[in-house]
Write a protein that binds this ligand. Structure first.
Ligand code: HEM
Length: 211
């Protein structure tokens, strides 16, 4: 597996990473306002789902807490500067990330149990755990280039929480596509996220010819 972004010149890589994290942060903020904050304030379109969320609260609290920690750990874990200066912090936060992904994935499966989204959620949880485990094992084996690649894939799955909610305010997306969409939508988002992550990892090889 290639590692284009790892080998790119440092100034353009820094610029790319800054723009990327800025865009991801803005998207997360947009989703927080249009999905989560409106869910809390009982926006009429989300009312039925809100009742379900309240009923699920015992699972949703650990699930959300772990998901948010995983989401916020990303920018810090991918920061080369922080890694170089505070390697111990990187290792501790990395372990916290792994534990959070496992708890987030298992509570995600429990939340979906008996619902139409169950097959998709189980597949997403399995991919989340597999990529994160591969990232952890490669880190333990000091295979650092592969460790970064698996972390990019793992974080791409973490970020599906955001990407899959970007269109929530659009009523057709939110409520009229039915159970089939619920079942396959999660799988589609997971595969698309992995594809985007791998295209990014191979960007240099895809856009330049070897001398
Ligand atoms: C950054 C990571 C994540 C965070 C912060 C997070 C947080 C949340 C929150 C706040 C909810 C309830 C409100 C809402 O739906 O917006 C929720 C629901 C749910 N999440 Fe997550 N989540 C994350 C990732 C995942 C992943 C990767 C899975 C799949 C394994 C998953 C499975 C579920 C399920 C099944 C529900 C219930 C949805 C339903 O009943 O329709 N979550 N999550």
């Amino acid at each position: 597996m290639a590692s284009s972004s790892l080998l790119a010149p440092s100034s353009s890589r820094f610029r790319f990473k800054t723009v990327l994290w800025f865009s991801l942060g803005l998207t997360a903020l947009f989703v927080f306002i249009t999905s989560e904050a409106l869910l809390v304030t009982d926006y009429p379109m989300y009312h039925a789902y809100r009742l379900q969320v309240i009923a699920d609260r015992q699972l949703l609290i650990p699930h959300t807490l772990c998901g948010v920690i995983a989401l916020l750990a990303g920018p810090m874990q991918f920061s080369s500067r922080l890694r170089q200066r505070h390697l111990k912090f990187h290792r501790v936060l990395g372990r916290v990330y792994v534990v959070c992904v496992f708890i987030g994935a298992l509570t995600g499966i429990a939340l979906a149990a008996g619902r139409p989204g169950m097959p998709g959620t189980s597949m997403q949880a399995a991919v989340w755990i597999a990529c994160t485990t591969a990232a952890y094992i490669t880190a333990r084996n000091r295979q650092i280039a592969q460790h970064r690649q698996w972390m990019v894939r793992s974080y791409a799955v973490t970020f599906t929480f955001v990407s899959s909610r970007v269109l929530n305010l659009w009523p057709r997306y939110w409520s009229h596509l039915g159970d089939t969409f619920a079942a396959v939508g999660v799988i589609a988002f997971t595969l698309a996220s992995l594809l985007v992550a791998d295209l990014g990892l191979n960007w240099r090889e895809l856009t330049s010819r070897r001398a």
